[in-house]
Design a binder for this molecule. Structure first.
Ligand code: URA
Length: 247
């Protein structure tokens, strides 16, 4: 059971205050009776809820891609900094959380959802979900560094990193694909091969690619196709490199 105003927010009818106004105007009926009270409890799976003549079908889970800007922390709440949840406050969902973390100065793809099971699967160290980063480096990446990154490097953990894939891009940029998610992993890998990360932008996670039409700070809901691909696959397929993914 769910409060009617929460249900309507989650169905994107509007914000809490907009929803309250819509209710007051008699635009919502539950099982054939107009309901004006926001606190009215509904069974979101069994009740017939009509808004302005249209039946609303409940969607429990929400999936958004955010183009995270630099300067924002990957947390739901923070006392001093703007969080990724602050950027997504108009979705109507109050239980979204970021799937994994990007450093405060890292930009790019961040999946936001309330689907804990999917998040768990995508973040599991056993699943080896591929993550693609556009890395701007201080120095041009040497052949020796490429060889070492692709073999696995010592970043001070118990084991070397798993083999990564690299591709040179114009300027001092590379496209780097890794299948782990250790703390500051990319920066530490670049340091381990004698280089330095100047800027970092994630462009893909599993089958999900950053929509390049999203400016930093913008977000959009995933399409059904994107959601199904993430839910269905191991998430490992990445086709951003010219010669294909990690396979
Ligand atoms: N690796 C890093 O070093 N930082 C990130 O934000 C993500 C991966």
């Amino acid at each position: 059971m769910l409060r009617l105003d929460k249900f309507l927010c989650e169905m994107k009818v509007g914000t809490r205050s907009q929803v309250k106004k819509e209710l007051k105007q008699g635009f919502v009926s539950v099982n054939g009776t107009v309901v004006v009270k926001p606190e009215h409890k509904v069974d979101e799976k069994a009740d017939t809820i009509i808004y302005k003549g249209k039946e609303l079908h409940y969607k429990k889970y929400a999936y958004y891609m955010l183009n995270k800007p630099a300067g924002v922390v990957s947390a739901t709440r923070d006392n001093t900094c703007t969080t990724v949840n602050d950027l997504l406050k108009d979705t109507g969902y109050e239980d979204l959380f970021p799937v994994g973390r990007l450093d405060k100065d890292t930009e790019g793809l961040l999946l936001m959802t309330n689907d804990g099971e999917l998040a768990h699967r995508l973040l599991s160290p056993h699943k080896h979900v591929a993550k693609v980063y556009d890395v701007e480096l201080k120095e041009c990446l040497s052949e020796e560094a490429v060889r070492r990154l692709e073999a696995g490097v010592d970043i001070g953990e118990e084991h070397p990193t798993l083999p990564a894939k690299t591709e040179r891009l114009p300027g001092n940029h590379i496209l780097l694909t890794i299948t782990e998610g250790k703390f500051h992993q990319v920066k530490r890998m670049m340091k381990a091969v004698g280089n330095e990360t100047v800027s970092l932008r994630r462009t893909a996670m599993g089958s999900l690619k950053l929509d390049e039409r999203l400016a930093p700070g913008e977000y959009r809901e995933l399409s059904e196709e994107e959601t199904n691909a993430l839910r269905g696959g191991s998430g490992q397929t990445v086709t951003q490199h010219k010669e294909g993914g990690l396979g």
